[in-house]
Write a protein that binds this ligand. Structure first.
Ligand code: WQD
Length: 351
């Protein structure tokens, strides 16, 4: 059985990928310092897979602690690297924190990859590397433009660091550029857990619908799009997760191909913010309380993927549509609320 190290295994996309890897016969361990996640999702992973995920609570910026994990697990055959800060707005306010965390972590990890000759490495990248594209849909050959934020810059630099390393190391790398991951695992036992006020659209929608937020704001409805709001390519997190399993299989079966392949992970369908809201209202039956506000600095007007390369080369087949994304996101939000109410009953001090 192949052992895969997932960094950020307690996080949103990391936990969903752990579930998919285990379902496909891999042994999985995780490194997650829980600075931006909790162990709440570990329980859900165990309920879905029957396996208890071993998570090393290690800060990847600490090289010795990271190396110790590899010394204890010399049979790691592949790495999927999710652990990074990812809030666009926060990165503008705290650039050094983003460059230090996202790049030092990656470099420490690659030093361990070199030390232990790990053959396969999958990197969590983002469509944000394309900036404001001149032409959509974007392909993997679309120009990489100046990043709109330090977060986006760390993804661009991370891709460069990894590919330069893969040219001289025996490691083969794949960069997966996610568009907008949303929704929750169909079991509704794991999902997205934004810390604090949600920055992203779908958790803002579901938290408004459940009453955690009084009202949400649509950031601009005066863009040159079909209804004035921004266009994105929303993709179910479980479809994203399965693409990582396929990427590992691709790396195992294509050792003589290039050292660093890139794949877009999107549906190929552009959806506006208002269309996303209406899709949510349709599946939930909830009339969403939102207002139209000013544009958000740094927002891209419109972007969605040409995903043909991932379909052709990885054998990736998308399973979930926009209504599935909204339905699972809504059911997960309701489940989290039930758990919070149960915890308050069991621990009155939390009230
Ligand atoms: C989507 C649209 C907002 C919240 C970023 C990163 C990307 C990935 C996902 C990590 C935009 C609008 C949002 C709200 C709104 N990060 N919106 N009201 O900015 O496309 O992508 O997060 O994996 O790499 O770049 O996602 O969900 O924040 O915004 O109107 O309360 O929803 O203006 O048009 P984004 P998002």
């Amino acid at each position: 059985m192949q052992k895969i190290l997932v960094t950020g295994g307690c996080g949103y996309i990391g936990s969903h990928t752990v579930v998919d890897l285990i379902a496909n016969g891999y042994e999985v361990i995780s490194i997650d310092d829980n600075s931006r996640s909790t162990t709440y999702l570990l329980d859900g992973i165990e309920k879905i897979t029957g396996k208890k995920l071993k998570n090393y609570k290690v800060d990847l910026k600490n090289f010795d602690d990271t190396l110790a994990v590899f010394q204890e697990n010399e049979d790691i055959t592949g790495i999927i690297h999710f652990a990074a800060y990812k809030a666009v707005g926060e990165s503008v306010a705290e650039p050094l924190m983003y460059y230090e965390n996202n790049l030092f972590s990656l470099i420490n990890l690659l030093k361990c990859v070199k030390e232990f000759n790990i053959p396969s490495f999958v990197f969590s990248s983002s469509c944000t590397v394309y900036g404001n594209p001149d032409a959509i849909p974007v392909t993997e050959q679309s120009p990489i433009k100046k990043a709109e934020s330090p977060y986006g810059a760390t993804k661009q630099m991370g891709e460069q660091i990894l590919c330069d390393f893969a040219q001289v190391a025996g490691t083969k790398a794949i960069l997966l550029r996610y568009f907008n991951p949303v929704g929750a695992h169909p079991s509704i036992k794991i999902g997205e857990l934004p810390l604090g006020k949600p920055q992203n659209l779908v958790p803002a929608i579901t938290q408004t619908a459940i009453g955690k937020l009084p009202q949400m704001t649509v950031y601009g409805a005066d863009y040159p799009t079909r209804d004035g709001s921004c266009v994105r390519d929303y993709i179910h997190v479980s479809d994203i997760a399965h693409a990582h399993t396929l990427a590992l299989e691709y790396l195992e079966n294509n050792r003589n191909k290039s050292n660093c392949d890139v794949f877009n992970l999107g549906t190929g369908n552009g959806v506006t913010v208002l269309e996303a809201i209406h899709a949510f209202e349709e599946v939930s039956g909830v009339q969403l309380n939102y207002k139209i506000g000013p544009r958000r600095p740094g927002d891209v007007v419109a972007i969605y993927a040409n995903n043909q390369l991932a379909v052709d080369e990885l054998g990736w087949q998308i399973q979930y549509n926009l209504k599935d994304m909204m339905r699972t996101a809504w059911e997960w939000e309701q489940k989290v609320k039930q758990d919070e109410e149960l915890m308050k009953k069991q621990n009155p001090v939390l009230n």
